[in-house]
Design a protein around this ligand. Structure first.
Ligand code: 2OP
Length: 224
């Protein structure tokens, strides 16, 4: 049975902090707090929409949370500035350890997929801009089942779409909510803990493996 790797996109393959420079040019000092708030609120909106069965394109969660943060931080960005931020979000950089790690896992015989709340077109655009789209066997977006992570619906959709089985599938993610969601569905999980101070939720699920970068992934997988 082929082993399958599902790589989360935002925060795992793609560095969402890549938006910082643009934010800092627009607002100076609050950029760091603004960026963190924006990401948290974006995810909160996706969770709430999932529970409410009110799915929409993930970019709507991104735009709504941007507007929320402008009010919260009392920063009056123009429509042009907001559009510029949304456009920058479409071409965020990949982390430097992604290309070699994904290629080596594929050479080792793993099926490798990008797996995201983002639409297939948004994710394909990000990976194309980063020059790594053709390193993946496919892009699996949760849009097909009109649901967001960490609903079990999306993890089951991934298995169906890739003809994989939970016990032979790994979720590779920097996001604890995603790791816990996949673990609750019986998947193996790798938490990519890039920041020393990153905290995992004290729930009754822990990652199968924890790595500080994707350069450690293949070695860690072969040791399990
Ligand atoms: C994803 O890419 C939002 O990181 C999450 O699905």
């Amino acid at each position: 049975m082929e082993k399958t790797l599902a790589f989360d996109v935002y925060g795992t393959l793609i560095n969402t902090s890549g938006i910082y420079e643009t934010l800092h040019e627009m607002m100076g000092e609050p950029a760091g707090r603004f960026m963190a708030s924006w990401r948290d609120k974006q995810l909160e909106y996706s969770f709430r929409r999932g529970v409410m069965n009110q799915h929409t394109d993930f970019s709507v969660c991104t735009r709504n949370s941007l507007n929320y943060c402008c009010t919260r931080f009392d920063i009056n960005l123009t429509d042009e500035q907001r559009k510029s931020l949304m456009d920058t979000y479409k071409i965020l950089p990949a982390f430097p350890d992604v290309a070699e790690s994904v290629a080596s896992c594929r050479r080792a015989g793993y099926g490798v997929y990008a797996f995201s709340n983002g639409s297939a077109s948004a994710v394909s655009g990000l990976l194309t801009h980063a020059g790594i789209l053709d390193q993946f066997d496919g892009v699996i977006s949760t849009e097909k089942v009109r649901m967001f992570k960490p609903s079990p619906v999306v993890y089951n959709h991934f298995l169906t779409a890739t003809k994989s089985e939970a016990q032979h599938t790994w979720l590779i993610s920097g996001n604890p909510f995603d790791v816990i969601g996949a673990a609750a569905c019986g998947w193996n999980t790798a938490w990519v803990k890039r920041m020393k101070e990153a905290q995992f939720d004290p729930w009754d699920y822990s990652p199968t493996i924890t790595i500080s970068g994707l350069d450690q992934l293949l070695t860690s997988l072969s040791e399990t």
